[in-house]
Write a protein that binds this ligand. Sequence first.
Ligand code: SF4
Ligand code: SF4
Length: 478
Amino acid sequence: MSQVVSQASTRPPRRNRRPHTYIGSTTSVCPVCRSLVPAKVLCQDGRVYFDKFCPAHGGSKALVEEDVGYYLEAVRYAQPGSVPLTVSMPARGGCPHDCGLCPRHEQHCCHPIIEITNRCNLDCPICMADHAGKFDMPEPAFRRCVEHLLGAEGSLENLTLSGGEPTLHPQLLDFIALATRPEIARVSLVTNGLRIAQDAAFCDALARSGAYVILQFDGLDAAADCALRGRDLVAIRQQALAQLEAHSIPCQLLFVAARHVNEHQLGQALDLLLQKPFILSLAVQPLADAREGIAVDPLDRLTVSGTIRALARQSRGVLRADDFFPLPCPDPRCVSLTYLLGTAQGEWVPIPRFADIRRHLTMLAESATIAPSQELEDSLHEIVSDLWSTAGECPRNERVVSAVRRLFEGLADRAKDGAAQRRVLETSAKSIFIHHYMDRHTFDLARVPKCCHQYSLPDGRLMPICTYNLFHRSREGS
Ligand code: SF4
Ligand code: SF4
C-alpha cells in the first residue's frame, strides 16, 4: 500500500492543454459596464474570439470572425493612411476619449455622415440613434458641418445625410442643395423608404436634387422585418423600389443581416443589384448590438466572413468567397468588398477573377469607393494589357476585355466632366460592401485610429462611428 502511494506522488502532475490557440491581445470593452478591458484574441474551431476580463464584471467571450483564415489574411492588406488637413481635439486622454479627431488619428474621413434629425417614423429595435424626436438640425449647424468637413478634407467623394429618418426634416431638400457643390462629388440620403414609397411629389423633387438614395432593404420577409424593424415593411419596400426606379434615382441597398433572422434573404438583394440598373451597390451590415432592442448573441452571430459565405452560397454561382477582399482604407478587418464588371452580354464578372487586386490596392487604399482618378486609369490600362497577354485562358476573356476597354475609354474621355465619368463607372461596375460595425462585444481599440467612417458634428468634431456609438453618443444626448 505504502509503495503505491509513493509511486503516485512521484508522477509529475499533468498539464491541461487549452482548447484554443492564443493569437494576440488587444483592448476591448466590458459588455456590461463598457469600461476598457484587456482582451485575448483566440482561435478556436477555426473561429476568432475575444476573451475579456473586467475586474468588476468578470470574464466574457465574444465571436469576432467566423473564419480565422480571413481574419489573419485581412491584416496583411493594411496600408498607410493619410491624415486630415485639420483636427479639432488635442491628444490628452488617449483613445477613444479624444475623438474629434485628435492628431493621433491615422486616416482621414472618406465616409462622412451628418445626422440631420433624430425624429423617425419607425421604431426599429436595432436602431443606434435616440429617436425621441427632440431634434431637427438647424440650417446654420448643417452649414457648419459641411464647412468643417471641407476644411478637414478639402473635397469629398460622398456626403451622407442620415437620422433618425432624414426625409422627415423639413429642410432636407435645402440641405441637399447646400451640399451640392463642386467639392462634394455625391450627396446621399439614408432612408427607411416610407416617404419615398408614399409621396410621389417628394420623389420628383428628390430626383431633381441629384441626391443618391441609400435604401434600408433587409430582404422581403415579413417576419424578419418585424424582428428587425418592428413591423412588416415588405409592401413599403416594394413601393419604394418602384418609385426609385420610376424616377431613375441612383440607389444603394443597405441590408442589415442577422443570423437566423434574414441572412437567407441576401441572395434576393444580390439579384436586385444585378438586375436593376438604378441599383448601383449593395452594402451589407452584419447586425451590431444596439443600445436597446435586439440583443445579439455574442457567440452565434453573423460576421464579415460568414456574410461572404452566405452571399457566395446564395448567388447561384455569380460569387465565390475569394471574390471578396478586405478594404485597406480603414482597418482591413472592418470592411470587405468586391466589384462586379458588367459585360455587353449582360453578365456580371467579379473583378478579382481577372485582375490581381493586390497590385491595384492604391486605387482602393484611401477610399471605399472607386472614383475617377489617374490611379484608376493607370490600373485599368494595366488590367487591359494583362488580359490581352492571357487572351484565351479564360472562357469569357474577350467579353471582359471589351468591358474593361469600354470602361477605360469612358474614363479617359477628356470631354467628359467628373460627374459623367462617375456615371460611366457606376453603370459599368457594381459594388458589394460588407461593413461590420463593432459593438460592446466585438469592440477592438486597435482598429479605431484607422477609421474613415465618421460622424460630422456641428461643433467641428469628426467621430469614428464605432467610438461615437459606444462611448460618446449617450453623452451628446443623441
Ligand atoms: S479614435 Fe482616432 S480620433 Fe479618436 S481618440 Fe483614437 S486616434 Fe484620436
Ligand atoms: S466605423 Fe467602426 S467598423 Fe467601421 S471602419 Fe470605423 S472603426 Fe471600423
